[in-house]
Ligand binder design. Structure first.
Ligand SMILES: NC(=O)c1ccc[n+]([C@@H]2O[C@H](COP(=O)([O-])OP(=O)(O)OC[C@H]3O[C@@H](n4cnc5c(N)ncnc54)[C@H](OP(=O)(O)O)[C@@H]3O)[C@@H](O)[C@H]2O)c1
Length: 308
């Protein structure tokens, strides 16, 4: 952990926050959030694992201070929270943005990858909330934003590691909201669609309505300023995802089969299984172990399947 060098005098505070802590701030959305908050005169503590990237960010604005942190380490999260609190005095806003996207499906399923996504995307938030909730309770005020995703609404193909971790984050935010009533602490969940960042840079499938990171950061801050519980965008994709979220499995899986699965064979991490692999896996689980495009062709109508 190290304090940044002063690069320029910060502009006056214009919003509701004087201080903020952002995890996952070395790149992408978290970095943009830090820069936009700092430009509003907010003193921002930024965390991630890459100390060099954090130092570069801190050099870009006097109001930004780096605190290196791997969010999967609970002891380190407690130490970092204490250091950030000591540095900022009080913490008005905490944005828990650290995350990983590991495209994984049934054909390349590995427990280690699924649990790593959960460790960063979900447990990483849990680890930082542990020291932050009592700090904000003691202040009797504060705002927390948990970064989830529209991918957390329901299960989606190629996201067997990612989607469950984001669904858990949404559930965590929903669970904490009623408990925080009357404490002065507000909680929000951020469900964004596609944003152009290093995370999505290697995706080869279509990413409808993808937004620049700076635009996403502005929309997030606008939603937090308005103290909305859920900040979901872009509008059309969010409404479509929300519509499908409330539909029966019959309708939902029909839409997935019709509009999402056909794009799967363009994914870089979707290797075509060998004949031997496919036969071996299919013998145990009929329908499994095929290349995604093959699976799409062979899917039976869901009307013939028992639905819960
Ligand atoms: N981009 C999208 O389309 C999109 C859509 C919906 C939701 N999101 C969510 O938005 C958040 C930010 O994503 P992004 O698009 O800005 O991706 P990004 O540019 O890859 O940023 C991810 C950030 O998380 C940090 N991080 C990863 N593992 C960490 C760990 N163990 N401990 C601490 N920090 C860690 C990374 O820094 P280090 O590697 O230096 O640690 C980086 O700062 C993620 O939670 C992501 O799931 C993104």
């Amino acid at each position: 952990m190290s304090a940044s060098a002063t690069a320029s005098a910060p502009p006056p505070v214009t919003g509701r926050w004087r201080t903020a802590w952002i995890t996952g701030a070395s790149t992408g959305i978290g970095r943009e959030l830090a820069l936009q908050l700092a430009a509003r005169g907010v003193r921002v503590a930024v965390s991630a694992r890459s100390a060099d990237a954090l130092a570069d960010l801190a050099a870009a604005h006097a109001g930004i201070t780096p605190f290196s942190l791997d969010v999967t380490d609970l002891a380190a999260a407690r130490t970092a929270a204490a250091a950030v609190h000591a540095h900022l005095g009080s913490i008005d806003l905490v944005i828990l943005c650290a995350g990983v996207w590991d495209p994984m499906g049934s054909w390349d399923y590995q427990a280690e990858r699924a649990t790593h996504s959960m460790a960063v995307n979900y447990t990483g938030i849990v680890n930082v909330l542990d020291p932050i909730l009592p700090l904000l309770r003691a202040q009797s005020r504060g705002q927390i934003a948990l970064m989830a995703s529209l991918a957390g609404y329901r299960g989606i193909p190629n996201a067997a590691a990612y989607a469950p971790s984001k669904a858990a984050v949404i559930s965590l935010a929903e669970s904490l909201r009623p408990d925080l009533r009357g404490t002065g602490t507000k909680i929000s969940v951020i469900n964004t669609g596609f944003v152009a960042t290093p995370m999505t840079a290697h995706n080869t499938f279509p990413m409808p309505q993808i937004l620049p990171a700076a635009v996403a950061a502005t929309r997030i801050l606008r939603g937090l300023d308005a103290r909305r519980f859920e900040i979901a965008f872009p509008w059309l994709l969010a409404h479509l995802a929300n519509f499908l979220r409330k539909r029966s499995y019959l309708v939902y899986f029909w839409a997935i089969d019709r509009f999402v699965l056909p794009y799967h064979n363009s994914l870089p991490t979707s290797p075509q299984p060998t004949t031997q692999d496919a036969n071996t896996v299919s013998a145990r689980h009929p329908g499994e172990g095929r290349a995604p495009h093959q699976a799409a062709e062979k899917i039976a109508p869901y009307t013939n399947e028992p639905l819960l």
